[in-house]
Design a binder for this molecule. Structure first.
Ligand code: NAD
Ligand code: UDP
Length: 320
């Protein structure tokens, strides 16, 4: 198959490009490096089945893209970190975030239609907002602040979902949505500001791990290899057209527990500090994975201590 990966130079996208290449597919990576990095795909550039074009997907596509027959499109292009102190976060790029999830999705859907390709939209657990049911199932509509500081992302993703399924209904496009829950692993950007990378970077520099609020809020952390398996299953399995899947890991930890896990894996007695809780920071988050397990055969396997160890090894090299 010939797959186009929008956002392929990012954390998740670069792992997806690599896995698809290793499975014998051809891959065309599109990215404007807004939050991704060339170094994530540098090792793939010499491969004959890998193409890269630096491009902003909110802009009209050049003819070389519109005229090339593509079998499937993964839309992963979007800033993804909520940390307002990070230069890579969606708080730093609010309009870019809204546009890549709206106009960018529209452009990719038109390309999907032209080639009668398959399409996967990478949505987020953020569309559940501050969830009133727990764990979250795909048929839960969410509880989102429509104009708060996170809304550029949350509502961007909700629009991306809406336009994807508008094309499904209007033109019967072969579209599916995945809602990704917190994923971590090698190639996270040290400046990205998400909790796992922040704790590991702080730990390697022997600085305190800073908990926002009391650190009692929970998340469910998925290792990148498991998540990538889920993305490919959602694209390739039959009977996924028109479906929405939660993808992630359903082991739930408080942020404080995560700090203790990072200390344990690093073998360091790192100090813990506290800072204020950002507005609209969800208090609980855990996917119900029953649908992904039943329809996709999805089964996250990597244990948290193993995943953290691999991620720490990566950051050790990154920071030296
Ligand atoms: P990332 O920032 O590492 O990757 C996103 C990529 O998209 C970057 O390479 C960036 O340069 C690119 N991009 C952004 N705007 C673009 C544009 N206009 N044109 C072309 N490329 C553009 O983030 P990630 O963690 O790899 O996330 C990938 C996708 O998965 C995002 O859509 C994100 O919302 C979603 N997601 C991720 C997580 C997670 O835990 N990592 C959780 C939920 C959802
Ligand atoms: N968080 C924290 N310290 C950090 C970074 C994040 O306590 O250095 C908290 C954050 O407030 C949130 C949780 O960790 O409650 C997960 O944050 P992240 O940015 O990784 O993802 P998201 O909020 O999008 O789930």
């Amino acid at each position: 198959m010939f797959y186009l990966i929008a956002g392929g130079a990012g954390f998740l996208g670069s792992h997806l490009c690599e896995r698809l290449l290793r499975s014998g597919h051809r891959v065309w990576c599109l990215d404007n490096f807004l939050t991704g990095r060339k170094k994530n795909i540098e090792h793939l550039l010499k491969e004959k089945n890998f193409l890269f074009t630096k491009l902003d997907i909110t802009q009209p596509f050049p003819e070389e893209i519109t005229s090339t027959k593509i079998d499937g499109i993964f839309h992963l292009a979007s800033p993804a970190s909520p940390n307002k102190n990070s230069p890579k976060s969606y708080m730093h790029f609010p309009l870019e975030t809204m546009l890549v999830n709206s106009l960018g999705t529209y452009n990719l859907l038109n390309l999907t239609k032209k080639h009668q390709a398959k399409f996967l939209f990478a949505s987020s657990s953020e569309i559940y907002g501050e969830p009133l049911i727990h764990p979250q199932t795909e048929n839960y509509f969410g509880n989102v602040n429509p104009n708060g500081p996170r809304s550029c992302y949350d509502e961007g993703k909700r629009f991306g979902e809406a336009i994807s399924f508008t094309y499904l209904r209007k033109d019967s496009l072969d579209v599916r949505i995945v809602r990704i829950f917190n994923t971590y692993g090698p190639r996270m950007d040290p400046e990205d500001g998400r909790v796992v990378s922040n704790f590991i970077v702080a730990g390697l520099l022997n600085k305190p791990l800073v908990l926002y609020g009391k650190g009692s809020q929970t998340r469910s952390f998925c290792y990148v290899d498991d998540l990538v398996s889920g993305l490919i299953l959602a694209m390739e399995k039959s009977k996924t057209k028109g479906e929405v899947f939660n993808l992630g890991n359903d082991e739930e930890y408080s942020v404080k527990e995560m700090a203790h896990l990072v200390r344990e894996v690093m073998g360091k007695k790192l100090a813990i500090a506290y800072s204020s809780l950002p507005p609209d920071d969800p208090s609980r988050r855990k996917p119900n994975l029953e649908k992904a397990r039943r329809i996709l055969g999805y089964n996250p396997k990597v244990k948290i201590l193993d995943g953290l160890l691999k991620t720490i090894e990566y950051f050790k090299e990154e920071l030296t």
